[in-house]
Design a protein around this ligand. Structure first.
Ligand code: GLU
Length: 289
């Protein structure tokens, strides 16, 4: 089966250095496997979306020499596919009116029975019931990762109060439909992966391989995040940020290759790409010290 990878940004702000590292890592891995690299815009949550951010991210990726091999998939246009998956899950989901406050005493966990009662005056969220079992996988970079869904995660939301589908469901439906063979993304999603594997099992779709890249941390040790507009990158001068991203990933030779433009630098980096050289641990961005 030929390799199909993807990069799936959320349009909550411009591409920043942390997401550039994820984009470059997934692009290089796909190209080193002679595979396809696809872009999916995860614009599922209008409340978190920043107008213009999606187009801005695509323009930045293009300036850095990375363009989707197939038309970009927009999650906001895929409601029907999520409806079908949700219908398939009907025996496993239940409506829930519990608020964060209701769940606070249980550390935000929802195990089995709801605390709040049915309230026909307002819309519920829909949760997927999980059971007391371990779901694990072997990440290509981070090694074995196992969670007990009931203990570590609990019944989780697949459809939000406002009616929109949750990331966990959409990502599984979209990766399956796109025929993604390996998911390469930031290590902040390592803990979401067992939930996604469980959903894949319930929906009867294949489980791709997983490779979770190290995160770029800010000076407090937290993940750089678009919502904080952290370290946006200059698309008029992409080479320095691209070299820094390659260096951050651990691809030191690639970072120093001579190249007249980003596409040439990425092509050189594919030649030097070595999974065993990729850094496993998240770290602070050097310039933040
Ligand atoms: N949209 C998610 C993000 O921007 C990534 C989802 C994924 O790669 O599975 O963090």
């Amino acid at each position: 089966m030929s390799y199909r990878g993807r990069f799936a940004p959320s349009p909550t702000g411009p591409l920043h250095f942390g997401s550039l590292v994820a984009a470059v890592g997934s692009w290089l891995r796909a190209r080193s496997q002679h595979g396809a690299w696809l872009v999916r815009m995860e614009d599922l949550d209008p409340q978190r979306e920043v107008p213009g951010a999606a187009e801005d991210i695509l323009a930045t990726l293009a300036a850095f020499g990375m363009e989707s091999d197939e038309p970009v998939v927009w999650q906001s246009r895929r409601e029907e596919a999520y409806d079908a998956a949700f219908a398939h899950l009907r025996e496993h989901v239940f409506p829930c009116w519990c608020s964060r406050n209701d769940l606070a005493a249980a550390e935000g966990m929802h195990r089995g029975a709801c605390i709040a009662t049915v309230d026909s005056t307002r819309a519920p969220a829909w949760r997927l019931r999980v059971n007391d079992r371990s779901v694990g996988f072997v990440d290509l970079l981070q090694g074995e990762h196992v969670q007990n869904l009931l203990r570590d995660v609990s019944d989780f939301v697949v459809r939000r109060v406002e009616g929109g589908y949750a990331y966990q469901l959409a990502v599984v439906v979209d990766d399956a439909e796109a025929g993604i063979t390996e998911v390469v993304r930031g290590a902040d999603l390592l803990d979401s992966t067992p939930r996604q594997i469980y959903l894949q099992q319930l929906l009867g779709v294949p489980t791709p391989g997983y490779l979770h890249l190290p995160l770029v941390l800010d000076c407090t040790g937290a993940k750089l995040s678009k919502s904080e507009a952290a370290l946006p990158i200059d698309r008029d001068d992409p080479i320095p940020a691209l070299r820094t991203a390659l260096d951050f990933l651990g691809l030191r030779h690639a970072a120093r290759a001579s190249a007249p433009n980003p596409a040439a630098l990425l092509a050189a980096a594919v030649q030097h790409f070595d999974l065993t050289a990729i850094r496993t641990k998240s770290d602070r961005f050097p310039a933040l010290d």
